[in-house]
Design a protein. Structure first.
Length: 101
């Protein structure tokens, strides 16, 4: 799993979804919002990675949900960091035995 700082991810999603007319998730109303308005709006993601890992797209997240997500990461994921994508890619290649030419 490749992890990115959640604030950086939110900013990236804001700028992308405000302009990406080709994407089904495109939202023209974002182009009329400030980043502060977006952060307080219903459009901002709410714990995307936790929800994805535990398959809970909606509803309130609990402490147990967070613990389950952490357990999944610990036992079922190879962790990479978006901010250090080169090192993360090397880690994945070594683990999976990929040849890098």
């Amino acid at each position: 799993a490749m992890f990115r700082d959640p604030i950086d991810r939110a900013l990236g999603m804001y700028y992308y979804l405000a302009k990406a007319t080709w994407d089904p998730m495109y939202n023209p109303s974002l182009s009329r919002m400030s980043i502060q308005e977006y952060a307080k709006s219903r459009y901002i993601e709410n714990n995307f990675m936790t929800r994805y890992l535990i398959d809970k797209p909606g509803g309130k997240l609990t402490h147990a949900d967070m613990l389950l997500a952490k357990k999944i990461i610990k036992f079922k994921c190879i962790v990479g960091l978006y901010d250090d994508i080169a090192e993360s890619s090397d880690r994945f290649a070594r683990y999976f035995g990929w040849r890098v030419d």
